[in-house]
Design a protein around this ligand. Structure first.
Ligand code: ZN
Length: 195
């Protein structure tokens, strides 16, 4: 396997965690009597750029399907953190009704709901239908797509450049991180901020 950032052939496995099923892929009662697929879970490190990474065995489409079970709002501590973050970003960057905020992998709207309450225009990008629907019920506009350079350029072409782009626990889920990063750059307003 080649490094997903710089393309160097990976030579070092430093942690072998054996085999595991995909996280959050819960089985229904009917599936309990069927075989379950386990995948190798080895952590590799690139000796050129030091990116730690696992090898991909499943596609993003199969991991982030419509019945995706992880809802960020189930954690009250995480909700409190998101509210504090939103308040601090508004103050620090003087965000208001004239601003535009994008969250990539916005899940069920656990974070953007705070900006909606403050009357700040925002957009969530979220490929899993189950969580995207929950966000829409909170009044958050959601694009149900995977983010990358193509989508970043599309938003830019529509004049929808963001003052603030947010990504929480998302890089670790992205197969092509260089394409994803080019997308962030394309969608960011000059002088804007990415956290
Ligand atoms: Zn590398």
């Amino acid at each position: 396997m080649n490094c997903r950032h710089c393309g160097t052939l990976l030579e070092h496995t430093f942690l072998d965690l054996g085999f595991a099923p995909p996280s959050n892929a819960y089985l229904s009662a009917a599936h309990l009597i069927r075989p379950e697929t386990y995948f190798p879970l080895k952590l590799k490190v690139c000796h050129r750029c030091w990116l730690v990474q696992t090898e991909d065995y499943t596609s993003a489409e199969s991991l982030f399907a419509e019945d995706y079970a992880y809802f960020s709002s189930t954690s009250s501590g995480w909700l409190a953190h998101a509210a504090t973050y939103a308040r601090e970003m508004q103050e620090r960057f003087s965000l208001g009704p004239q601003s535009f905020i994008i969250e990539v992998a916005s899940n069920d709207g656990y974070l953007l709901r705070n900006f909606v309450e403050s009357g700040i225009p925002c957009l969530g990008i979220e490929p899993t239908a189950s969580t995207a629907s929950a966000a829409e019920r909170l009044g958050i506009p959601v694009l149900r797509e995977f983010f990358g350079e193509l989508l970043g350029r599309k938003l830019s072409g529509e004049g929808r450049l963001a003052d603030l782009i947010i990504g929480n626990n998302v890089y670790a889920h992205v197969p092509d991180i260089n394409d994803f990063t080019r997308g962030l750059k394309a969608a960011l307003k000059p002088g804007g901020t990415i956290t």
